[in-house]
Design a protein around this ligand. Structure first.
Ligand SMILES: Cc1cc2nc3c(=O)[nH]c(=O)nc-3n(C[C@H](O)[C@H](O)[C@H](O)COP(=O)(O)O)c2cc1C
Length: 241
């Protein structure tokens, strides 16, 4: 039901379903608490059907873990396709990387989200996970926290830029601070001799027909993104851990 001041032209009850309009954020500044510094928690949260995004996630984890005082946890989001459909798509069995719940996401100080593209945008498994974060949105639990993205596409024109760019809407509604990797990786991003994934939005790879795997440069970019992002998360948290 629409509420005063919040007309709902669709006449739907989605705001009520989510528990009403968002509340003001209750983020506190850890610098003012006088408490001993706590480890900075960076979560790497991904969906990967065939393993390319998972490979980038491993490297991102290594990069983020290289920053002192940063603890990194890698998670996958829940699958939404049936075993039958996954079988028809030739998907290998799931790995033992733990599956995250929306509530667990709120424990992170910063989150790097990874996903393969589907028609130029994030795979619906990741979108379904975001769709399940309405409770976090209502509490604005993620507001002010840094977030970055990494991704895989099949082809060069298949979504290396549209996939991360369209993901920014998810982060924006949560009030997360989008941290692109920019050109901080340096000269290698200007190399025109080889086909290479990744962009100023984040690390990326091309899966091709599935047989191409992240190159050394793409993995280095992923490591760099993890390290760069962890450094920013640490600064934003204001921790000396
Ligand atoms: C339904 C479907 C749609 C896809 N759409 C695109 C696309 O728009 N552009 C593209 O480059 N690749 C597309 N792909 C290829 C996937 O992005 C590729 O399989 C993925 O990047 C591999 O990553 P993963 O191994 O982590 O699953 C599509 C694949 C599927 C199954």
């Amino acid at each position: 039901m629409a509420r005063p001041g919040c007309p709902d032209p669709l006449g739907s009850t989605w705001l009520d379903d989510l528990g009403g309009q968002p509340k003001p954020s209750t983020i506190s500044d850890p610098r003012s608490s006088g408490a001993p510094p706590m480890a900075v928690k960076v979560y790497v949260v991904y969906y990967s059907m065939y393993g390319h995004v998972a490979k980038l996630a491993d490297e991102i984890k290594k990069g983020a873990s290289s920053v002192e005082g940063v603890e990194v946890k890698v998670w996958q989001v829940p699958e939404i396709l049936s075993e039958e459909v996954l079988g028809k798509m030739g998907a290998p069995p799931k790995t033992d990387v733990p599956t995250i719940t929306p509530q667990e996401l709120a424990e992170a100080d910063g989150v790097l989200f990874g996903f393969p593209t589907r028609f130029g945008m994030m795979a619906s498994q990741m979108k379904a996970f975001f769709d399940a974060t309405g409770g976090l949105w209502r509490e604005q639990s993620l507001a002010g926290k840094p977030a970055g993205v990494f991704y895989s596409t099949g082809t060069q024109g298949g979504g290396q830029e549209t996939t991360p760019l369209t993901a920014v809407t998810q982060l924006t509604h949560h009030g997360m601070v989008f941290v692109p990797v920019g050109y901080t990786f340096g000269a290698k991003l200007f190399d025109m001799d080889k086909v290479q994934g990744g962009s100023p939005y984040g690390a990326g790879t091309f899966a091709g027909d599935g047989s191409r795997w992240p190159t050394e440069m793409e993995l280095e970019h992923a490591f760099h993104q993890g390290k760069y992002f962890a450094g920013i998360t640490k600064k934003l948290k204001g921790s000396s851990a």
